[in-house]
Design a protein around this ligand. Structure first.
Ligand SMILES: [Zn+2]
Length: 95
């Protein structure tokens, strides 16, 4: 479990406890927790779906947004990019 997963877990527990005790957690606070949960999920590398081999290398669908991602996509510095445009980290390893 990453430190971000741990931080999110603590945050969710605190919000749940406060909501049970006082029952007056603002909807914006609950939405913020869900937004952070989404961010933590995207920062956790996930396997791409349906890998196929093309003349440009391997491509597959992003597990979060389902858009096509290419393994050989490069960033502005010509480094291999392992992030979908939606922000999801992609784990291209064979493990
Ligand atoms: Zn995506």
């Amino acid at each position: 479990m990453s430190k971000y997963d741990e931080a999110l877990k603590i945050l969710i527990e605190e919000v749940d406890e406060a909501n049970c005790e006082y029952g007056n957690i603002r909807p914006s606070a609950l939405k913020s927790v869900r937004d952070i949960e989404e961010l933590v999920k995207r920062a956790t590398p996930m396997k791409p779906l349906g890998i196929s081999i093309t003349h440009e290398g391997r491509c597959a669908n992003c597990p979060s947004c389902n858009k096509l991602v290419h393994e050989q996509t490069k960033d502005a510095y010509n480094r291999p990019l392992h992030v979908c445009h939606c922000g999801q980290l992609i784990d291209w390893s064979d493990k």
